[in-house]
Design a protein around this ligand. Structure first.
Ligand code: AMP
Ligand code: MG
Length: 488
């Protein structure tokens, strides 16, 4: 048992006070010889943890699941979910929640070990994870955080000293994931399908208390919960679209009530602008293509709403109607968020009716000319327009005049518009070839320097510093399309 005083662990276990249908208590599954690969100092400090102690043998033992902090009550969460449209029972098959860290500023964060061994929800799986996918989650989740997008965070990755068998033998690893909770749409689907009314209500009350404490005991607090989740998810997916993030596996078990991005599997950033972009090798029907993501969030929200119907009204059809009405507002919320973000990317402060058309025609040209999404906005920001095929076309030149006239019509100076664009268009994203190179040197050669340098560059995406320039280069041309894998 790790002493909390020295390490800074200050755990509560509010989730374990829910009805026990929502989890199974488990004991750690020790691993052979844990080794710390990467540790997030800044995150540790913000959580009130002692960075040095945690990197000692005793601290690492916690990240490996070999020991638990004094106040931990390790458990695996139960949940269900629609995977690629099909409903199924799931649950933490390779993860355990060790508790909720209470931070010095009074916040509460789940501390979850991912890859920590078998649980009652493992089905045929081994409960383990490979080093590559865990480092990938670390890199992308931290990049998302730096981009200002709500996300789970990564505190540490340890290797286990054990191999796991996938197509080949791979080094096993465990990621310590930090999230404002792991309440998923699928947690509610599980409760609605297999729980009692009281259990579903207990879960909804818990979610409100944890994420939406401002919702009062007014006439319909569960409708308020649904509306709040719709808002959060609308904001989130708009932010994904604006930076070109493709989640890759937007099953309902991978959508959070908190509105944080979670479960980084086959995710990747779009390079060439194309709404049809899919990287995940298992997404054969392009269900989770870039351009489809907002619709899928809408579909997932409908599944979440269905699970709440019995709480919305004593009469089923009245409850369904309330859910329907709430859901019908999602497209508008999404679009308003996205449009506001796009205006900022173009340096536009105020609203004009024609803005949507201006943005659409830019995106249409970008798609036709197959240009890089991030770099096009960077070039617009820094007026380095000669560098792309797009910028020589007569259509673009005409568009640019309209855009400049639009900027002239607003009160704010060109300088302010430029500032807004700098702050809205990242200098760097985790480009696929950079992520792959970092993972390859780490996993194949045990050399983490490439990854550390990449993490450093990604930690200030709006700095537009000279060192970042080389990280903006696009993937070398290849005959093979780029694919990502789930890593399960
Ligand atoms: P994911 O694709 O990571 O969202 O996982 C979907 C489901 O499969 C979840 O219930 C996971 O806990 C479970 N799962 C994924 N990988 C494994 C594994 N190696 N062993 C057991 N369960 C797993
Ligand atoms: Mg998942």
């Amino acid at each position: 048992m790790t002493k909390q005083k020295e390490s800074g662990w200050h755990l509560d276990n509010s989730y374990s006070r829910l009805p026990n249908t929502f989890f199974t208590d488990i004991s750690p599954n020790p691993v052979e010889s844990p080794e710390l690969i990467i540790f997030n100092d800044a995150l540790a400090v913000s959580l009130g943890l002692e960075a040095q102690v945690l990197q000692s043998e005793e601290g690492i033992a916690v990240f490996a699941g070999n020991e638990v902090p004094e106040d931990a009550i390790p458990l695996a969460q139960a949940y269900a979910g629609h995977q690629f449209g099909h409903f199924t029972m799931l649950g933490d098959g390779r993860a355990m929640l060790i508790g909720e860290q209470l931070t010095p500023s009074g916040e509460r964060f789940d501390i979850q070990l991912k890859g920590s061994g078998r649980t009652p929800y493992s089905r045929a799986g081994d409960g383990r994870a490979a080093l590559g996918p865990m480092l990938r989650e670390y890199i992308i989740s931290e990049a998302m955080h730096a981009l200002g997008i709500p996300t789970s965070r990564s505190l540490a990755v340890v290797t286990t000293g054990e191999s796991i068998i996938r197509e080949t033998e791979l080094p096993g690893a465990i990621l310590t994931r930090v999230a404002s909770s792991h309440l998923r749409f699928g947690t509610f689907q599980y409760a609605a399908k297999w729980g009692s009314d009281e259990e579903l209500r207990a879960l909804a009350d818990y979610a409100i208390e944890r994420h939406f404490p401002d919702i009062e005991v007014d006439d319909n607090r569960y409708l308020a919960l649904l509306q709040a989740v719709i808002q959060r998810q609308a904001t989130l997916v708009a932010q994904w679209q604006l930076v070109g993030f493709i989640h890759g596996v937007m099953n309902t078990d991978n959508m959070t009530i908190s509105g944080e991005t979670i479960d980084y599997g086959p995710c990747a950033f779009m390079d060439t602008y194309d709404p049809a972009t899919v990287f995940s090798s298992i997404d054969v029907q392009s269900r989770y293509a870039y351009g489809n993501q907002p619709n899928i969030v809408g579909w997932n929200l409908a599944r979440f709403a269905e699970s709440l119907i019995s709480l919305l009204h004593t009469d089923y059809s009245a409850g369904a109607k309330l859910a329907q009405d709430a859901l019908s507002e999602f497209p508008e919320h999404y679009y308003a968020n996205w449009l506001a973000g796009m205006r900022a990317k173009l340096g536009i402060f105020n609203e004009e009716q024609q803005d949507a058309a201006l943005i659409d025609s830019l995106l249409r040209m970008m798609e036709q000319q197959r240009v890089d999404y991030t770099n096009t906005f960077r070039a617009l920001t820094f007026d380095t327009l000669e560098k792309s095929v797009l910028f020589g076309t007569p259509e673009f030149i005409e568009w640019q005049e309209l855009w400049q006239a639009r900027l002239d019509r607003q009160q704010e100076s060109k300088e302010l518009a430029h500032q807004l664009m700098r702050n809205s268009n990242p200098a760097v994203i985790p480009r696929n070839h950079r992520v792959e190179a970092a993972l390859e040197t780490a996993v194949e050669h045990g050399d983490y320097s490439v990854m550390e340098k990449l993490l450093n560059v990604l930690s200030h995406p709006y700095a537009h510093s000279p060192e970042q320039a080389e990280y903006a280069t696009t993937m070398p041309e290849s005959d093979e399309p780029y694919h990502t894998y789930c890593g399960t």
